[in-house]
Ligand binder design. Sequence first.
Ligand code: SF4
Length: 231
Amino acid sequence: MIFGGLQKTTLVDYPGKVAATVFTVGCNFYCPYCHNPELVLPELIQKHPQISEEEVINFLTKRKGLLEGLCITGGEPTLHSDLISFLEKVKSLDYFIKLDSNGSQPKVLKEIIEKKLVDYLAMDIKTSLEKYHLVTLNQVPKENIQESISLIKNSGFDYEFRTTVAPEIVTEEDIWSIVDLIKPARAYFLQTFKGIKTLDPRFATLSGLPEEKLKQIITQIKPFFKECGLR
Ligand code: SF4
């Protein structure tokens, strides 16, 4: 695999573990608020420095005992046909693995779960199913999203769902539709929108729901989840 980034240490990406994070390149969604355009837009990917799988594996081999886990995020990691073999290599080094996904490839998630190649799954729930076309541009069937949610909930691994409360994409009503879609579940987090750098530059000028409102919503939706909070 080729990666677009390696963060050598993180205390926040993998709950409870000291980890590193790798970023895969390419995505089949187009979330206008995405803050990693260099990992999504083909013209920017070409100009972005690349890191080989060998470099990542060498790094992990040297850091054995110092790092506990590896987070794999994107872009969208499940688009890469060599993800499975990469996961196998990382597992053979005895690392815990957290995989972030947009849930568009349930077949890949199923294989990963069946082969027990991860320890933690995190899926972004972008918005209510009715509005998913705003981020998929109708390129991914909604059924894939539903299937991935179900696979993750029944995987037996630790998992979380999370939603970036982006302007225009996620309203209070959408949050309630998402809750209906995923409840009951182990963990659900709302993430505040930060319009610093966005795929669609227009979104950098917009504001999402205020933090106070999000805290209020969390109080109401908390009973449906073991863990629920604002990030
Ligand atoms: S936010 Fe995630 S799913 Fe959306 S375009 Fe960016 S990398 Fe892809």
